[in-house]
Design a protein around this ligand. Structure first.
Ligand SMILES: C[S@@+](CC[C@H](N)C(=O)[O-])C[C@H]1O[C@@H](n2cnc3c(N)ncnc32)[C@H](O)[C@@H]1O
Length: 361
């Protein structure tokens, strides 16, 4: 079922296994002085209680917000970057896959991602990230459209709002073409492929650049009994794909990157120049003559900044390779009405595009 699973290992936070020169932080110590040293470049190790780490981070935030008073987008980006850099010098010790401080969370990823290392330091923010991911993993994400609970692997994109799944479900229910073969690009937590399976597609090729997504979906397929239905491949777009499909599905990243993309989850949100052009060019070779490309997109980029491009509209306008078959939209239901972020995003709509190859004259 997997093209290259044996050869991939999960991406995990960097760790330090050697002795390091650092300040050990206990609650009775001068926190302001400790944070000053941390900003200046010293490592700090959280001792005694997990909450001591939270205290240090709180103080770091306070100190940096005095320094970075510019509230503009750029100013806040500089603040976040300074916080990120300094906070990663706050370390916590892990021994036999457990945090060595008292009253810390039990983070299952420490066991699953580091079976080979018995003692190490890892940054406190990375532990917080692993802890939050572990909580999602343990609890699972209930997907009502599918009647299953997903367990997203560490550092993998998973849906927290479900409007695009409802749109896709609506299209799948009406689709009456062949269901012999499907391809999903950017499989993430597997949710769209699982929708395909539940709607009668039994032979799917699915890829993702993110190694953890491929490992996670492979485990999910075992757990949910879908392993005979999906061939997984870690790689770029249609790399390793030698089939032609009736349906090609892609829920791509929605925002054009202004930074250099990192491997992993960064590529779930942001796309680099040329991604869509490469996708459409390769899709031509993997689509059966009557096949459909189904893409999920959103006006999120426009909501954030009005001058943004729309790569699907651009493709239809400029390249003459595909025609539009269908375009559905749905307002995104805010997950919480109270947060400012949701207010900014109140005009957000999710889109489903169905494209077909233009017949050559
Ligand atoms: C918005 S997420 C969608 C995940 C999932 N399909 C869903 O609908 O919840 C986009 C996914 O595409 C993957 N991706 C981004 N660029 C890719 C590429 N060039 N080739 C394959 N996958 C890519 C990302 O790693 C991410 O998992």
């Amino acid at each position: 079922m997997n093209k290259n699973l044996e050869s991939i290992t999960a991406d995990r936070p960097n760790i330090i296994t050697s002795q390091i020169e650092a300040i050990s932080f206990y609650r009775k110590m001068d926190i302001k002085e400790t944070v000053k040293e941390m900003i200046a470049g010293k490592y700090v190790i959280v001792e005694e209680f997990y909450s001591n780490g939270l205290l240090v981070l709180g103080e770091l935030k306070k100190r940096l917000s005095f320094k970075y008073t510019d509230k503009s987008f750029q100013g806040q980006r500089a603040y976040r970057s300074a916080f990120r850099e300094a906070s990663h010098r706050l370390l916590i010790k892990v021994k036999e896959n457990k945090l060595t401080v008292k009253k810390g969370p039990k983070v299952g990823w420490l066991e699953l991602l580091y079976p080979d290392v018995s003692e190490f330091y890892v940054s406190f923010p990375e532990v917080q990230g692993m802890n939050s991911s572990w909580e999602w993993y343990k609890k699972g994400i209930e997907i009502k459209t599918l009647d299953i609970t997903l367990k997203p692997y560490y550092n993998t994109y998973f849906p927290t709002r479900f409007d695009h799944l409802k749109l896709f479900d609506k299209w799948l229910k009406k689709y009456d073409g062949s269901k012999e073969k499907a391809i999903e690009i950017g499989v993430g937590s597997g949710v769209l492929s699982f929708q395909l399976i539940q709607n009668g597609f039994n032979d799917i090729f699915a890829s993702d650049t993110n190694k953890n997504a491929i490992i996670g979906v492979s485990q999910e397929c075992e757990r949910l009994g879908f392993k005979d239905n999906i061939t997984l491949s870690q790689g770029d777009l249609f790399e390793n794909c030698d089939v032609k499909a009736d349906v090609i599905v892609f829920n791509p990243p929605w925002i054009k990157a202004k930074h250099k993309l990192e491997e992993g989850i960064d590529k779930a949100m942001y796309y680099e120049d040329g991604l869509f052009d490469r996708f459409f060019e390769q899709a031509q070779n993997h689509l059966k003559p009557d096949g459909k490309i189904v893409m999920i997109f959103s006006n999120l980029a426009e909501v954030i900044e009005t001058q943004s491009a729309h790569p699907i509209i651009d493709e239809l306008r400029n390249n003459g390779r595909f025609r539009k078959d269908l375009h559905l939209t749905r307002e995104v239901r805010a997950s919480s009405r109270r947060t400012k972020r949701e207010d900014n995003r109140k005009n957000e709509k999710v889109e489903l595009w169905v494209l077909a190859a233009k017949t050559k004259k």
